[in-house]
Write a protein that binds this ligand. Structure first.
Ligand SMILES: Cc1cc2nc3c(=O)[nH]c(=O)nc-3n(C[C@H](O)[C@H](O)[C@H](O)COP(=O)(O)OP(=O)(O)OC[C@H]3O[C@@H](n4cnc5c(N)ncnc54)[C@H](O)[C@@H]3O)c2cc1C
Length: 162
């Protein structure tokens, strides 16, 4: 069995990565376990509202325009993901406080400096005394990991939280 870790996060999506960055900033070591393989994921745009991305700027310590250049769909061309309300069917749905971000690039930025173990699908969790034992699917590295705490950020239908 691997040596004990303080905190394990299941799922390296936007939620898991954001929490992991917040903990890293406070020097709390964490390991993320993600069932997908590494590499660019989610090559599509999502709309980020200012209220949702503003707190993220503190975590990678980046100013708003640099953040947009990094993650906006047109960031590499000098754009900032601005939404042209005239092109929308529902023009009222647009707000100057939101922009179009490339989800893969956003996750890439959040992942910087984090320890992500790819292709680790959590199967079950056992609580033994004051720690937990995580069991990953057969055939994967680190099939059994001991941890002080596990946080389930494995999506809307999280099995870990269930
Ligand atoms: C089509 C679509 C469009 C969207 N558009 C927008 C948008 O425009 N703006 C917006 O703000 N939001 C949008 N969302 C919502 C946004 O994607 C979610 O709110 C966000 O991804 C939730 O983050 P999460 O980390 O909780 O879950 P997820 O991003 O789902 O991450 C969960 C991670 O856990 C992993 N996982 C699952 N089970 C296991 C397991 N057993 N072991 C290990 N890992 C596991 C998964 O592989 C995944 O990587 C959209 C969602 C979809 C589906």
């Amino acid at each position: 069995m691997a040596p004990p870790q303080s905190i394990s996060i299941i799922g390296a999506g936007i939620g898991g990565l954001t929490l992991a960055r917040c903990l890293l900033k406070r020097n709390i070591p964490i390991v993320l376990y993600e069932n997908m393989p590494s590499g660019t994921r989610h090559s599509y745009a999502i709309t980020l509202l200012q209220s949702s991305y503003q707190p993220l700027l503190d975590v990678p310590e980046i100013d708003e325009s640099a953040f947009k250049r990094r993650v906006a769909v047109d960031g590499t061309m000098g754009g900032n993901g601005a939404i042209n309300a005239k092109l929308l069917v529902q023009q009222s749905a647009s707000s100057s406080n939101s922009f179009r971000a490339h989800r893969g690039k956003l996750e890439e930025l959040l992942r910087e400096g984090l320890d992500v173990r790819w292709e680790h699908t959590l199967e079950r969790v056992e609580t033994i005394d004051s720690h937990v034992v995580l069991y990953f699917q057969n055939g994967q590295n680190g099939q059994k990991v001991q941890s002080d705490c596990v946080i389930g950020l494995d999506g809307i239908h999280s099995n870990t939280r269930k």
